[in-house]
Write a protein that binds this ligand. Structure first.
Ligand SMILES: CC(C)(COP(=O)(O)OP(=O)(O)OC[C@H]1O[C@@H](n2cnc3c(N)ncnc32)[C@H](O)[C@@H]1OP(=O)(O)O)[C@@H](O)C(=O)NCCC(=O)NCCS
Length: 175
């Protein structure tokens, strides 16, 4: 598998419904109902286009999807975005796909006049590698909601400002 600089596909196609289902299932990180949500975001985007509120970055290896991210503007905010999903196929993990997806996602968010990105994740031990990944990518833990998902399963919110190097007041509030 090449770890060179990829250009990600941004348009979802009907085959992505099953490809996203397989990729997300293969990571063995997500409950069935979470897999269904990942699939629904693809289906909704196929139906409504970008007005559904979701943006995608997808990396193919032949017919197989090896990595993807889904993100979008947070309703009722001027320029905050959520990263809803990021997943890399188990056999392709630790080759830099995740970091490249994050970087491409942030570039796209800037193009859409976004100023910060939020990420929700779980405080469970299973997600310790995921949290390390977010921290390595420059995200800071900004909130912990105790027992949010279930007893002993906290919700952690990570965030990264995309304007820290741009102290220009006019860069805010343009969405
Ligand atoms: C989290 C995930 C997207 C990371 O993708 P990846 O392609 O393996 O990550 P990369 O190879 O780009 O690694 C980027 C950085 O994160 C670190 N990292 C990645 N996986 C890690 C792990 N398991 N433990 C510790 N650090 C890790 C790498 O060391 C690297 O840091 P460095 O460049 O400073 O050395 C991938 O492991 C995954 O799909 N996990 C399962 C699904 C998931 O948790 N999704 C997020 C919740 S929605």
């Amino acid at each position: 598998m090449s770890s060179g600089s990829p250009s990600f596909r941004t348009q979802v196609v009907p085959d992505d419904v099953e490809r996203v289902r397989h990729l997300v299932t293969d990571t063995r990180f997500f409950h069935d109902h979470e897999v269904e949500i990942a699939v629904e975001l693809v289906e909704e985007t196929l139906l409504k286009g970008v007005s559904a509120g979701y943006h995608f970055l997808l990396a193919d290896d032949g017919p197989r999807l090896v990595a993807y991210a889904c993100f979008g503007p947070i309703p009722c905010t001027t320029s905050s975005f959520d990263l809803y999903w990021i997943a890399v196929a188990p056999t392709a993990q630790r080759f830099g796909w995740g970091r490249r997806l994050m970087s491409a996602m942030e570039q796209r968010v800037r193009e859409l006049n976004g100023t910060q990105v939020f990420i929700d994740t779980s405080g469970r031990d299973q997600y310790s590698p995921t949290r390390s990944f977010y921290e390595r990518c420059g995200y800071k833990l900004v909130a912990r909601l105790h027992d949010f998902y279930a007893p002993n399963d906290d919700k952690l919110i990570y965030a990264r400002s995309l304007v820290e190097l741009e102290p220009v007041a006019g860069s805010l509030g343009r969405v």
